[in-house]
Each structure stands twice: as C-alpha cells, then as structure tokens.
Design a protein around this ligand. Structure first.
Ligand SMILES: Cc1ncc(COP(=O)(O)O)c(C=O)c1O
Length: 456
C-alpha cells in the first residue's frame, strides 16, 4: 500500500501562508520594494548595502533550494522535515530562552512550551521504550558528550570503534573525551561482517574491564549484537551506551532493533537523519534514579544554556508523525536500501556485504576502488549527492568508500522500482557509460515526479 502523501490541502495552505520556503518555492524579496531611495545620505547608502547583501543572500537561498529540488539527495545523515515541522521551527519559539526543566524554567513566558516539551518527551519515551528522555542536547554530538558525562569519570576506560572502523569522531581519543581524562581503547571490528567482532570483543572486555562500551556507528549497516554484548558486559559491570544517530528513525519506526530493550543502559542520538526532525539531539535511558540528575547537570551548566525551543517543538511534531507513519516509513527505507544495493551490485559495483543482502538499514556502502572524494564530486556534477568515507582497509589519504542513504528519497514517495533507476544513474556515472550532462538531465527529469512529501 502506498503511504498517504502529506497533502491535506487545508494543511498545506496553512503552512504555505506562514512558511513560504515550503519545498521548491522562491523567496519573494518584496521587502526591498519598500526601501526608500529618495535621499542620498548615509542612511540610504546603508540601506542600499543591506539590500545588496540581503538580496544576494536570498538569491543564494533560492538557488540552493532549486538545486536540491533537482537532485537525488542520498546523504545518509540528511532528511526532509515535514511541512508542519518546518512551521514549528520558524515560529516565535526560536526567539525564546527556555533554560531549565519543564515547569522549572529560569525565564518567564514558557508555560506553553512546558506543555510542548513534555509532549515531545512522552512521545520519545514511547518510541524509544525509555523511562526517561531528555530533549535538551542541541545535536547528536552534544548528546554524546552529555552521555559521556553521565556515565564516565576521569580515568575511566571507554571502548569504542575506531573512526576507520565506522566509529564517529565524537567516540575517538583525540576529542573532548581526552580533555575529560577518559581513556579510550578500540572495540574489535569484523571487516567482513561489517559489525563488531563478538569473539574478540568478549576477550577485550574481559581483559580490559572498561567502564563503558560505546556502540553505534556512522556506517550502520546491521543491528548490533546487543543481547550478546549485554551478557558479556554483565561479567565486568560495564555499561553500554548506544549511539543511535543514524538509525534513530528506524528504531522509532520499530524496525531495526530496540536498544534499551536489548540491554543498552543509555541511548544518545541526533534527530535529523533517519528520524527526519530538526537538527537536534536527545538522550534516553531506563534507570531514571541513576542517570537523570547527571544528565541534567551535564546540560546546564556544562553543554547548553538555551536549548533551542523551536527545534524541540519541531521534533515534537516529527515524533507525533512517527508515531503514526514511522513504521511504514522505516520498513520502506530498508526495502529501498536493499533494492538499491542489489541493483548497484548487478550493475557491477563493489557493494559491501553481498553475503548479508548488503544492508538492514538505510545505508548502502560501495568501495569504488579509487578516490572517494573525486567520485563524490563527479556524482555531484550529475546532481547525485552522496559523501565519501574511509573504509576499514583504506589509508586515511586514499579513502575509497561512498556512502548512500535511502532516507530522503523514501520520504518523497520512491519505492523499489525507483531504486533501480537511481542505481542506473549512479552506475552510468561511475562506469562512465554516458556523458555527465546527459545523466544530469535524466536526474532532473526523474526528480520532477517526486516533489510531494509522504509519511507525515
Ligand atoms: C554515529 C554518529 N554519532 C553522532 C553524530 C553527530 O551528530 P550531529 O551531527 O547531530 O552532531 C554523527 C554524525 O553524523 C554520527 O554519525
């Protein structure tokens, strides 16, 4: 069954009346018509300069919007917000200070926002099967720092995947962790299976007795063997932190894995990747007594003051949409990723993990065997937007990985059939079967049929 498009005319009219940036529209610089040109004096020159800057900026915004609406946006960490989420983030809430907890703010005027943040927290608790959720981290990176502060002390040992083994740089040695005095050692990674090497991880955990094992990656192909790791960590009293930044939408859609149910002590995540909300973060856990105070203290006064009420509000709307349509969306994202991977593989590209049906998430990984950066730029010329990354067998200087996500194209209503066409565009570029100009024309034509948004 095809998902319902987000097309209630009344709803869209309402959004358009408030948010003219909805989808591919131009921003009308009508404001400038009111600029008085009558006297040449300092004020007029200032207005003229401002007009010039603002005018140029609006032109760039329009160009960007139009370009991205003519592209296949396949970056695994991006997505499209629903019209109502966009409405929320452009509301007055973006101008307000909301420091403090729900019903205990440091500033007056937040009684409506108290209700909004509490609704968002209830929805997030339900979708992530948590007892406590904090929506105040302003990004996934901040959510990680908050979780580190809640779980670790100076001198403690953290085990995490190296960046070359798909770990994120916020999990690595040379960042805030070392400033905290936290020691970091590597979690063994199985390059063939593209997941944690359980046997080796067991030995490392038993030998090193880390305080925390950090799971979750930036090239997240398969669910993590959490239940097995929980058993291993129980022997050493090790806590498990699960970074769900990439797969939060699949988890909220109840299709990937249930980290807290399978034994993680805490989840940290960003909210704008598969979970198509505003750029923000959250942390969630089951044990309120043990972690709530530490999480709150990490936020104020450590990592935030104001926590971007408009983004929390937008996230509340996204979570409400996920409650209704999230499962259907997440299932289709994964089906699309598998269809895309199979088609790319059939065209002769070296897609990672053919023996495991390539992926169980939104992500498809290709080893292009030459500069990933140059390949990414070549695809960009054909209006296909991806990013390059370091495969575990690459040297830092010659990364050959290309990372592709189906999260955004699925929201535009694309399904398995369209994935075959996308695979054709990509392989035409990579295998140099057609001119880039011809492929770009094909992409622009193809994209014209996909301007509505679904699952909201
Ligand atoms: C695994 C992982 N954690 C955290 C982050 C940081 O998230 P954010 O960009 O929201 O700060 C990323 C970024 O892509 C990531 O891949």
């Amino acid at each position: 069954m095809m998902a319902r498009a987000c097309r209630s005319q009344k709803q869209i009219k309402w959004v358009r009346s408030v948010d003219k940036h909805f989808l591919p529209n131009r921003v009308e610089p009508r404001f400038f018509m009111a600029v008085p040109y009558v006297f040449i004096n300092v004020g007029t020159v200032f207005l003229w300069l401002m007009k010039n800057h603002v005018h140029k900026l609006i032109k760039q915004i329009n160009k960007h919007n139009s370009f991205r609406n003519n592209c296949l946006n396949l970056v695994t960490s991006e997505n499209l917000m629903s019209p109502l989420t966009r409405l929320a983030i452009s509301s007055d809430l973006g101008n307000r200070y909301t420091v403090g907890r729900i019903n205990h703010r440091w500033y007056a005027g937040n009684h409506y926002f108290d209700k909004i943040e509490s609704t968002a927290a209830n929805l997030a608790r339900k979708l992530f099967h948590a007892k406590y959720v904090n929506l105040q981290p302003t990004s996934g990176m901040v959510a990680n720092m908050v979780a580190f502060y809640a779980l670790l002390q100076p001198g403690d040992l953290l085990l995490s995947l190296r960046t070359k083994d798909t770990g994120h740089y916020s999990h690595a040695k040379n960042n805030l962790l070392s400033l905290f005095g936290v020691r970091v050692a590597s979690l063994p990674f199985d390059r063939k299976e593209f997941t944690i090497d359980l046997e080796k991880a067991k030995k490392t955990i038993h030998r090193k007795k880390p305080k925390v094992v950090l799971l979750g990656t930036s090239e997240f192909l398969f669910p993590t063997p959490l239940k097995e790791l929980r058993k291993i960590c129980d022997h050493t009293g090790t806590k498990i932190l699960y970074d769900a930044a990439h797969v939060a939408g699949l988890i909220a859609g109840q299709t990937f894995q249930d980290p807290l149910g399978e034994g993680a002590d805490m989840i940290s995540t960003s909210t704008n990747k598969t979970l198509s909300g505003p750029s923000h973060g959250l942390v969630a856990c089951k044990n309120i007594k043990q972690y709530r105070k530490k999480i709150e203290r990490a936020l104020v006064p450590m990592f935030t003051s104001n926590h971007h009420a408009h983004h929390v509000t937008g996230l509340a709307i996204t979570l409400a949409e996920f409650e209704k349509y999230g499962h259907e969306y997440a299932v289709q994202v994964i089906k699309n990723a598998q269809a895309l991977a199979q088609a790319l593989y059939k065209f002769g590209l070296e897609v990672i993990c053919p023996h495991k049906n390539f992926t169980r998430s939104h992500t498809v990984l290709i080893d292009v065997k030459k500069s990933g950066d140059e390949t990414m730029r070549l695809l960009e010329k054909a209006n296909i937007i991806v990013n390059s990354f370091q495969l575990p067998w690459n040297k830092i200087s010659d990364q050959t990985g290309i990372r592709i996500g189906t999260n955004e194209v699925t929201r535009l209503g694309m399904r398995e059939e369209e994935m075959k066409q996308i695979a054709k565009f990509i392989s035409d570029v990579l295998l140099k079967r057609k001119s880039i100009k011809e492929i770009r024309k094909g992409v622009i034509d193809f994209r014209k049929s996909f301007l509505k948004m679904y699952y909201c």
